[in-house]
Design a protein around this ligand. Sequence first.
Ligand code: SF4
Length: 513
Amino acid sequence: MKLTLWTYEGPPHVGAMRVATCMKGLHYVLHAPQGDTYADLLFTMIERRNHRPPVTYTTFQARDLGADTANLFKTACQAAYDRFKPEAMIVGASCTAELIQDDPGGMAEMMGLPVPVIALDLPSYQRKENFGADETFFQITRTLAKPIEKTAQVSCNLIGPTALGFRHRDDITELTGMLADMGIAVNVVAPYGAAPSDIARLGAAHFNVLMYPETGESACRWMERDLGLPYTKTVPLGVGATRDFIREVSVLAGVPQAMDEDRLRLPWYSASVDSTYLTGKRVFIFGDGTHAAAAARIARDEMGFEVVGLGCYNREMARPIRALAKAYGLEALITDDYLEVEAAIEAVAPEMILGTQMERMIGKRLGIPCAVISAPVHVQDFPARYSPQMGIEGANVMFDTWVHPLVMGLEEHLLHMFRDDFEFHDAAGASHHGGQHVANDAGSAPSHPAASVPKETASGVVIWLADAERELKKIPFFVRGKARRNTEIFATEKGLSEIGIETLYEAKAYYAR
Ligand code: SF4
């Protein structure tokens, strides 16, 4: 048992739903207890789809358990086929149904339905949502895709986008346009928007573009082995990665490189003088492995930030994230426990967080600006406007999104200069946050300078004397949390129980060395 309040991923059958919901002509029969239909809301509310997911739930109740739940499944399966007449079906069990072991796959096979029925075996107690999506799409591909003649024009498939994917809709548009600039057609986008008959045509492409390893890698590997389709290894998130991607595609397709640099604004924007204040901003990065890895490269190499924390919640990506973190001189944080993430963020006191919806909450609690770079996300990250993350426009979008929560250079300067101003004082925070307090002074004392409160540190209680507290306030608010913490650690290590001005400066000199 594990006490859990927030989960980064849902159970694997939600991953299967993400595949079913983004496809056409496919129906999912899910053996599940009454109440599991809550998952519909993810698609109709968060992603704002205008139709119910193509999922039939058996919705068994307590009283059904004494009777024949297997028959319930068969009836639901037949009814779903009769009503929706899909080209293919997938069948599986949710966590509770897994316990009663009715074997949906075996039962559906015995029914002799006139369309392919693909059985899903998703271990709900060991694996999670991303695995569920990856495995489901792999099983669909393995069953339906066959070797066929290649298209006359050089073409590729876009693999991995699903329903409920972070910016998948616009990433598809962006990549399709960029590939067209190189004279490469898109054969099939899958699973997003594909029908089972499209899956059968996957083999006609010359190669695959693996957009999201989390949800498409197993299928890409299988297609490489069984259909002879090589696939791209670079995910085009950020300027450097997009350039690498274009190079990789040009080799795979045998066409010259081409990229519309006129549309690309991130490099100049981050080189322009107003971005100078971004240099060295300390960022903590957390999300799914793909987006976290990409964000680290953009943060360091394209925005000039200092990456002070890096991690992911999906253990499938633990190995590459560990290797990458090492290259950044960090130890990777691989966890799906948000309390661990919160503790890690608190410990390094970054000036900014790049994370998921959970980190946005953590940032809010700690008063640290945050931008969202990865699922899980809430409704505001399925925007109406065009907002890709990939490719050229994706880089532009990320620049804006990441810079926005930070205090703009001039305002940062003013906040520091006029910290006693009635309007622009520290505690007022950034004006573009509606005047709310966002100062990064975790655990700060009340604003009255004379009031010093005991500070609990790792190894005891340290008291800030009033003059030291006043002096601390001269440090710009966005680095004050870090200065406070460092001084407290320094004082505790020296065995001091009080912090005066001298201790503050000694600590400053010590850490500057
Ligand atoms: S079957 Fe799984 S997803 Fe459904 S209510 Fe039970 S634990 Fe939740």
